[in-house]
Design a protein around this ligand. Structure first.
Ligand code: SAM
Length: 233
């Protein structure tokens, strides 16, 4: 079966299960080739609904989790988005398809994505270049638990690693009216939080589904050695 056919079947499954809810997210999933964001030897498993290893003990998230997070985030054309935890670059490409869709040159959204492992940042840059997203996604090497102040504030912030709490710098870098999606918790229990900053600056934090992510390691995340307790996912 071709990758296109496998992609279409996965999207149908994610819709049936209620993870993909909106046409804007469905379109992005149909356009981004996940097989280009996994290591070459795992391409045959690219359309399984499961996380896959990408090196450095990290993973590309399962498609259903990417769908859940993208729907909660509500990205729209023209948005400036910050992602913390680039990994393979797949989630960043999905967001780029929404905030800066190829055919609508009027929507000048952009995705800034921060990765702490230089080797993974390079892996993601290559994947994004090959698939045509390099002009809409900027990959930065650094500690994303501190956000990325040079491009702040952001309409949307998505964190794809588990934090002990919502990092204050990320809250500061979110626009009034903005939304953030972030897993919060430890190696044993995490909840995906939707954080909404109202126009008066007040903040609401809504716990949603349980989830399992690798740790956010950094100044406003977990200390490096806490990652050792995480174990293989
Ligand atoms: N969004 C990714 C994708 O689409 O492939 C999956 C992300 S993976 C589950 C989590 C990533 O967060 C890992 O690549 C890890 O190295 C990174 N990470 C952990 N702590 C970080 C930090 N403080 N700053 C930036 N990246 C971090």
């Amino acid at each position: 079966m071709s990758y296109e056919e496998q992609r279409r079947l996965l999207v149908e499954k994610l819709k049936r299960e209620g993870h993909i809810k909106t046409p804007i997210v469905e379109r992005a999933f149909l356009r981004v080739p996940r097989e280009e964001f996994v290591p070459p030897q795992l391409r045959h498993r690219a359309y399984e609904d499961t996380p896959l290893p990408i090196g450095k003990g990290q993973t590309i998230s399962a498609p259903h989790m990417v769908a859940i997070m993208t729907e909660l985030l509500e990205p729209r054309p023209g948005h400036k988005v910050l992602e913390v935890g680039t990994g393979s670059g797949y989630q960043a490409a999905i967001l780029a398809e929404i905030v800066a869709p190829g055919e609508d040159k009027g929507a000048e959204g952009h995705v800034y994505t921060v990765e702490r492992h230089p080797e993974l940042a390079e892996f993601a840059r290559g994947n994004l270049r090959r698939t045509g997203y390099a002009d809409r996604v900027t990959v930065i090497v650094g500690d994303g638990s501190l956000g990325y102040p040079p491009e702040a504030p952001y309409d949307r912030i998505i964190v794809t690693a588990a934090a002990p709490r919502v990092p204050p710098p990320l809250l500061e870098q979110l626009k009034p009216g903005g939304r953030m999606v972030i897993p919060v918790g430890d190696a044993y229990e995490q909840r995906l939080y939707l954080v909404v900053k109202r126009s008066d600056g007040s903040v609401e934090q809504v716990p949603t589904t349980y989830c399992i992510f690798v740790p956010l390691v950094g100044k406003e995340g977990w200390p490096d050695d806490a990652a050792l307790g995480w174990g293989p996912l």
